[in-house]
Design a protein around this ligand. Sequence first.
Ligand code: S6P
Ligand code: ZN
Length: 191
Amino acid sequence: MNHLKIQKSPVELDLKDFSLKGEPITYQHRVLKDVSSIFLDQDAIKKMPTETLVYHVQSWLPVDEGTRGGLSFGTSTILPGKVGNEYFMTKGHFHSLSDRAEFYWGVQGDGMLILMDRDRNTWAEEVYPGSLHYIGGEIAHRLANTGSEDLVVGACWPSDAGHDYQEIATNGFSARLLEVDNNPVLIDYEK
Ligand code: S6P
Ligand code: ZN
């Protein structure tokens, strides 16, 4: 019984690096060999150590994934780096339930939130400390680190959103974020 109890929440957020501490926290990490297929320059990949860390995610799932009405909370950290001239990035996904939206916010570093709708129109929002991003339920999303330090991004999404990785694994995004003359540029790869 919690009646009249005063207690700490089971999870804390470190406001310096947005890391989560407490129970239960899940941790995922993706090294180059896990995500090699998402990058354009497959020759460049072959020359890089396969265990190179690309990104990691800490999540607090207070209720089981799939629970209607619940929320999940995460911190994504994308390391600085490039494969050829393409920035390190997350796999990217649609939510399985297309009416489940998500908030992202920039905590540290510089990057881009790459977004794509179901008609395969792709655009991006700049991510920086304090940037706030509403991602509609129909919109695929992927983070890329365009800077020289870790890109740290907070996220909150409905516990029953689900993750559809298959569509992006099969067809990718319609545009890639490449470095051109030292600047990030979205380049259409479908035309
Ligand atoms: C979950 C949310 C993030 C991503 C994370 C890793 O809905 O969008 O926590 O899972 O940024 O990206 P991905 O595409 O590998 O799941
Ligand atoms: Zn998501």
